[in-house]
Write a protein that binds this ligand. Structure first.
Ligand SMILES: CC(C)(COP(=O)(O)OP(=O)(O)OC[C@H]1O[C@@H](n2cnc3c(N)ncnc32)[C@H](O)[C@@H]1OP(=O)(O)O)[C@@H](O)C(=O)NCCC(=O)NCCS
Length: 145
């Protein structure tokens, strides 16, 4: 496995919009990739990235800087339904952490997930993200690296 995160550009944006989660997962993760690409177009603090294993497109993520707190957030992460449970989600987060450290001298990543999203909870806690807040619907976690 050789997981990389790459910018979205003219060559891969359309393929990214074809990435899909399962019908069950849409209940806790309803926004499609095309939505995130659209929001990134109008919000310059959003950075959308494609997740590859070599030349194979397997997923998509968005990270962004919260200007008020000067913190980077993982705003969205998905691995296509066909490629889940192969370690890509975990590898993509590790790649993002490396990218943030190298490109942005960042040492902390914050994220939120729906409280009932058990796969997200298991993934993030297995990497070491700790719960820092909880609202009605969302658990907020952070990792210092
Ligand atoms: C969450 C998601 C990104 C995980 O991606 P993935 O590539 O399947 O995850 P990995 O194979 O790297 O798994 C890493 C760990 O996550 C956990 N995990 C992943 N999928 C899981 C599932 N369906 N149920 C329970 N735990 C799960 C496990 O702890 C796993 O470790 P293990 O395989 O050693 O047991 C993927 O399920 C997904 O795209 N879901 C829909 C979108 C979503 O919910 N995104 C996160 C919201 S913020």
């Amino acid at each position: 496995m050789e997981v990389q995160i790459r910018d979205i550009d003219k060559s891969n944006w359309l393929a990214c919009t074809q990435l899909e989660v399962s019908e069950e997962q849409k209940k806790t993760f309803p926004c499609p990739v095309v939505y995130w690409i659209a929001e990134s177009k109008v919000d310059p603090s959003f950075a959308p990235m494609a997740i590859y294993d070599g030349d194979l497109l397997v997923g998509f993520l968005v990270y962004g800087l919260d200007p008020d707190e000067a913190e980077y957030w993982l705003i969205a992460l998905l691995i296509d339904r066909k490629y889940q449970r192969r370690g890509y989600g975990r590898a993509a987060i590790k790649e993002l952490i490396r990218h943030l450290g190298e490109q942005h001298q960042c040492e902390k990543l914050v994220l939120g997930h729906r409280a009932d999203n058990r796969a997200a909870e298991a993934l993030y806690t297995s990497i070491g993200f700790e719960k820092i807040a909880e609202t009605n619907q969302e658990v907020i976690r952070s990792l210092v690296f």
